[in-house]
Design a protein around this ligand. Structure first.
Ligand code: OAD
Ligand code: ZN
Length: 232
């Protein structure tokens, strides 16, 4: 692996599963209990804001009781020790990568622990509920929504992600089903750019055949093993 300098990592719900945070599409996942079109679209928020705010309030409270697992910690170690470029792009809206020590990262689907004011556009750190319509710390309007990307909205920081992919030697996808675009398309984009691609997942994802290599197993085992290997 000596020729690898620049790495882009994409993570999904599978990296947080062993911390006790629900995934979406696996058996018993969130999208079995809720319909995405009821809780994760701008139209749902316009139609039934209490349902949407309540759903995110519940999850915002839940993540604050969870702890980063060995996969988050291994990626934090990689960030600290890797001398080449690194970008960890997460689809997760929890903060477990940060608490696992990762710094060179971005949240393409937003963050539970931010509230976004639709009146003044300010984003504010937020740990409490939004359902009681608290005032925006900046403008005072009761117009806060979760700072998360809903279906039909544009993911964040796409320019930065594609710039990192263009400079990458290795693309690693961890714990994501490959069902949601544009993230699901990164592997093909990477291959078109001549980047080596590796999948680490519990089971083959929808885009598994696009990867040069797939390693299957729980994230808390296969991610630390891969980090150990690449740092060696
Ligand atoms: P999914 O729930 O679709 O997929 C989770 C993936 O993690 C599956 O491929 C599982 O096999 C794998 N997995 C489960 N447990 C694992 C473990 N212990 N170790 C390793 N892998 C494991 O979640 P995402 O792919 O993250 O978007 O979903 C993508 C997006 O769809 C989310 O960001 C969210 C959702 O709708 C929005 O809400 C916009
Ligand atoms: Zn405001």
């Amino acid at each position: 692996m000596s020729q690898i300098r620049n790495i882009v990592i994409l993570t999904g719900a599978g990296v947080s599963a062993e911390s006790g945070i629900d995934t979406f599409r696996t058996a018993g996942g969130l999208w079995e209990r809720y319909k995405p079109e009821d809780v994760a679209t701008p139209e749902a928020f316009a139609r039934d804001p209490d349902l949407v705010l309540g759903f995110y309030d519940m999850r915002r409270a839940a993540i604050q009781e969870k702890q980063p697992n060995a996969a988050h910690l291994a990626l934090g170690r990689l960030d600290a020790e890797w001398s080449g470029d690194l970008l960890i792009v997460t689809q997760n809206i929890d903060d477990l990568h940060e608490r696992g020590g990762a710094r060179r990262m971005l949240h393409m689907h937003g963050e539970h622990l931010n509230a976004w004011c639709t009146a003044c556009d300010q984003r504010s750190p937020w740990t409490g509920p939004l359902i009681d319509r608290p005032a925006c710390p900046r403008c005072g309007e009761s117009a806060l929504r979760p700072d998360v990307v809903w279906f039909g909205e544009m993911p964040y920081r796409m320019d930065a992600i594609y710039a990192a992919l263009r400079a990458a030697d290795l693309f690693v996808s961890i714990g994501t089903s490959g069902a949601v675009y544009p993230a699901a398309g990164f592997v093909r984009g990477a291959r078109d750019l001549g980047v080596r691609t590796l999948e680490l997942n519990l089971e083959p994802s929808q885009g598994s055949s696009w990867f040069h290599e797939s390693r299957l197993g729980p994230a808390t085992e296969i991610v630390p093993a891969w980090v150990e290997e690449i740092l060696a």
